[in-house]
Design a protein around this ligand. Sequence first.
Ligand code: PLP
Length: 414
Amino acid sequence: MAVSTSSPLDTAALRADFAFLEEQVDGKPLAYLDSASSTQKPRQVLDRMRAFYEHEYANVHRGVYRLAERATEGYEGARRTVAAFINAPSEREVIFTRSATESLNLVAYAWGLQNLGPGDTVVITELEHHANFVPWQFIASKTGASFRHIPIDDAGELRLEALDDLAREGSIKVVATGLVSNSLGTINPVEQLATWAHEQGAIMVVDAAQAAPHRTIDVQALGCDFLALSSHKLCGPSGVGALWGRRELLEAMDPFNLGGEMIRSVGLDRTTFNELPYKFEAGTPAIAEAVGFGAAIDYISEIGLPAIERHEHELTVYAMGLLGELEWVRLFGPPVERRAGIVSFDVAGVHPHDVAQILDWDGIAVRAGHHCTQPLMARLGVAATTRASFYLYSVPEEIDRLVAGLHKVKKNLG
Ligand SMILES: Cc1ncc(COP(=O)(O)O)c(C=O)c1O
């Protein structure tokens, strides 16, 4: 098969940063096509975390000794890095959490319980990841608010003509949507939705877990009120994520977790809370992970988000071109111009788990399942899909191996 992409990245050099990509599966080189689930980690991030643990580690914000100050500087430096990465007006609006999931739960609980009630409506999308779906569904049911969704068309894109009907139904207080769909790669028109949300008097919550690793994020340009992101999807460690929120909203919210660090003073009768962002960071945070998160942002920023995005686009064009030629493969999702580096498909007559298993025999790692988007699967009329997803270290040869593997699947099971 001819390999024809014109990537702006020197992938051979980049791949040398990732020891994991040298792994073999039954003597075959690994083709890691599951970066939408979690990315591999470059040496630069691992080295930074190791150096931090070996030379700078102590608990943060507590000690007056110099090592504690150094640890605090590492942790707060990572916060500044996250803030700059998403163009946050202030680093005090950046809260470290355990994950994008926790960031979204924080907003749903802390903002939702205080601000939602009967007669209010929460709007999510039909292709939402469960992390930005289930917390809102739960908090809506707790508060008596209605829970509605923006439907998608057959290509997996939002049907914006449904917005008028939603607006007529009730008082919309929250619009929550992902920027990039983890199942289909659909890029949602978040700026447009943010404008619409504000016209309704609603807040706009953006799940950028699947977007921030691959394209430049600017919370001010998006016009959103909250934005969630995750470290492990952008070459950083797991166990840490971030929430950005507009200061006046965060300041008006009750805390989410309670305990040490998030207080100003505690008395037998009454407790007062710390200033931002500490009000939302109870207990000892994931310190070295936050430092690794910052190092990962430095790493991908140095490569350049626009170049990463173009590289993935080239790979997606290539993959969709090859897979589109197989009449026994059904591709899901929008045209390549309006999708990120994610390709979900179905092999006629073969369950996605069997597809993934047979590909694994050849060292090809793809994801099979509902991808935490069960309402979307129901809309597509399938229980699961097989998903290949790309990142800065992905190469066309891996897509060739995927296609060859699918021919094998077809021959054995199709
Ligand atoms: C779109 C989207 N949102 C949220 C999440 C959850 O992120 P985390 O693993 O950081 O909780 C994921 C992870 O799969 C995702 O793809």
